[in-house]
Design a protein around this ligand. Structure first.
Ligand SMILES: [Zn+2]
Length: 157
């Protein structure tokens, strides 16, 4: 999917438009993506719990309403059900594929240095960064998983 990015006249809000999806604000799209990913990691793909939304420091209720109004989410007991589940399905299979590839590198005990993409070097097999200029997490030695994020402040905003 390649989103088309559109901005308000004053550039204060950016809207993203994916094929087959309604136009959403950037924050709505981000929340949808993160929540979908989290729902998979939490073991209930497609369900976004109120607990999860409440745990996010950013304002989420308006954004959740936007997703509901766009027909992407539906209100359920104690959370939202993700209606636009193609993305969830895509992420599940992407996650599984990534897990499989990462496990293969771990079993082999080495990553494969991919082509030099600028200052980044990515494992040609599993896609984990081996060298990166931004100080973010890189693969642990011997084909390991993604290491800790040395940057302060956690998730970039
Ligand atoms: Zn690898």
């Amino acid at each position: 999917m390649r989103p088309v990015s559109e901005s308000d006249d004053d550039g204060s809000r950016t809207f993203l438009h994916f094929d087959g999806l309604p136009v959403l604000s950037r924050s709505a799209f981000q929340l949808h993506s993160f929540a979908a990913l989290n729902s998979i990691q939490a073991g209930h793909p497609g369900f976004v719990s109120d607990d999860y939304l409440n745990a996010i420091s950013a304002e989420t209720s308006v954004t959740a309403l936007e997703l509901e109004a766009a027909g992407m989410w539906q209100r359920r007991d104690e959370g939202y059900f993700i209606v636009a589940d193609e993305m969830v399905a895509m992420m599940v299979s992407h996650n599984e594929e990534m897990d499989r590839l990462a496990a293969a590198c771990q079993t082999r005990g080495a990553h494969t240095e991919g082509e030099d993409a600028g200052a980044w070097i990515i494992c040609a097999d599993c896609g984990i960064p081996l060298v990166r200029p931004d100080g973010g997490p890189v693969a642990l030695p011997h084909g390991g998983k993604l290491g800790p994020d040395a940057r302060e402040g956690g998730v970039a905003s």
